[in-house]
Write a protein that binds this ligand. Sequence first.
Ligand SMILES: [Mg+2]
Length: 285
Amino acid sequence: MNEIGIVERIRQMAEVSTQHARVRAPHLILGIGDDCAIFRPRDGEDLLFTTDQMIEDVHFRSTHKAAMIGERALARSLSDIAAMGGEPRFCLVALATPEKNEKWIEAFYRGLLRLAKRTGTVPAGGDLAHSGNDKTHCDVMVCGAVKRGRALRRDGARVGDAIFVSGRLGKPWDRKIEPRLALGQSLVGRATACIDLSDGLSLDLYRLCVASGVAAEIDRVPVVRGATVERALHGGEDYELLFTLPAKARTLAGTTRIGTVVRGSPGEMMFLGRRLEPRGYDHFK
Ligand SMILES: [Mg+2]
């Protein structure tokens, strides 16, 4: 199959996955097939944009299944939309692979489109290229929407707020990511700050605290079976939500209260009375 053939095949696959989603995304005026997609936002909405790269030997190995890599590539960006309290609208997918890889590309899209369909994310276009070496690289951009002025941000935590996480932390890499879209949307108007856990609790909590100009005290961490507390604190790739609620708010189903926002130098964190350093995944370390 040549490039036109592959693109046509992806377009067909996307079409099938869109048929269901289009009901929820009539504002996509023009999808795959022209030079650009056309999207007409609704009145009273703010649009959210995020992009996330996955690079072979950095974020995944060639031994991982293509469908899983595709699903994960979209899930990571959807997790960012969830963190802002948004509803996904559409995605653009840029993929570069070694030559002669049609089967792999198709499987990659199959995984990605399955999640797109399930979350109402319309595949609106993208780009396909040969990577020029033996490595695969992909970049998924997602546009989401939230009521004007209502997006959850990481800079609103206040002294006295309670700190929560969803799910359990310390998951292994190959555990499926379930972007917490419904939870994120339910936090709009309630949470004072929110961030998704993409690089480990300690690093993402640090980011939230610095953005909000506050410190944090953590006294418990929900850990997945088989993982250590150390991994739950510093391992990456959990894609759960970390958020703050006013002190008196009740705990939401599927979430755990892990600590409190306190006064202190921005980003200072304590875990069970000891200093907690931000040691999550940092690409530039
Ligand atoms: Mg994020």
